[in-house]
Design a protein around this ligand. Sequence first.
Ligand code: SUG
Length: 456
Amino acid sequence: MKLTPQRNGDAPAGAVEANFDGLVGPTHNYAGLAFGNVASANNAEQPSNPRAAAQQGLAKMRALAALGLAQGLLPPHERPHLPTLRRLGFGGRDAEVLAQARRRAPGLLAAASSASAMWSANAATVSPSADCADGRVHFTPANLCTHLHRSIEAPTSARLLQAVFADPRHFVHHEPLPATPAFGDEGAANHTRLCADYGEPGLELFVYGRGDEREPAPSRYPARQTRLAGEALARLHGLRDERTLHAQQNPAVIDQGVFHNDVIAVGNRELLLYHEQAFADAATVRGWICTHLRGVRPVFVEVPEREVTVAEAVGSYLFNSQLVCTPDGAMRLIAAEESREQPRVWRAIERIVADPGNPIAAVEVFDLRQSMRNGGGPACLRLRVVLTPAERDAVNPLCWIDDTRATQLAHWIDRHYRDRLSLDDLADPQLLVESRIALDELTVLLGLGSVYDFQR
Ligand code: SUG
């Protein structure tokens, strides 16, 4: 039995960390669009199963809700995104736009059809009210400007977040940062918060791949997140300088396929689980946390290269596990099946769970293969939002998941999703029609209003 650490007696009661998972969209496919993401490249052009993908993600949501966690969802985006194809010069009726794009620029059709919004860790950076100067929860949608297929997400993510977190007394929505390489921003995938208790002011750790010219940069793959972006986010959210750190990711791991920091590190409450090679200077990160974290002693779980190599971490997504606190205060690791399949990785997990020196008491394993084959693990699929009881009450109530809602969504998926999709299918006008019908129904189910372009 693991001990839960001593807490401050005067912590504001009741704040929770909610997970808002991206529901996988009807066009989920493997197009090899994400340069620097090993799984995306390895599975390019394989047929996909959108129905299984959506059900796998939903099963994780249902299970986390059943553990007593606050679990919400963010709906898929409209795909293929016709406004993007029209903006790129394809004209005529919808079916003609699709046919032309397929013929003349299949890569653009694939980019406009990606269901990548499922990885909601990239939807935005979120700072809890306890950290922000004005005492409200701040959201900045990520511009995702490194890749075309992801950059399309920003305006819809902004709209959806505003529809789910609508009350201006509690929630502040900023515009995405300028979509230019200097401000490359991939949202919460490069942002970790450490705290004694969710409702208390925490430390916000922004991890960047590209800083100023004097700092080493990756040479093979792009660094998607910049230091300038993290600094702008901290200013916008009104974070205190002494509680904010901008730390460099190790460029060598980006070149091995660690395209986001959440592929090599994960934090929760007072604990930071990370690979030895995750940061350019891990000792400084640890030292800063030790000096600045209030009310609790930080716990560092460093996994050495000799135990799990960076390649094994990228292959298994061990560090893309979610770390969650169930209502009894116990910490659990929510891992992908791939972590159990690699004996050395699984041994490392068993060691961590057995170690009395950290609060991780159990591991739960999920089959997320459809998402994993595009480089998206458990933690990629969720956006964390710390909420006080009043803020929780202000969230669109239809976007929370419980067993009944999960069953309703499972039926919705079965009714509308195909179980096989290849790249050729993306030009099928019927797929566009099916997707729009599905999403139209979903917006009613979730009480979101007209959030999609095709509804406006
Ligand atoms: O941006 N894959 C996504 C995976 C994102 C994972 N998110 C986090 N680590 N938080 C990406 O690389 C692949 C799409 C394709 O190739 O079809 C893709 O976009």
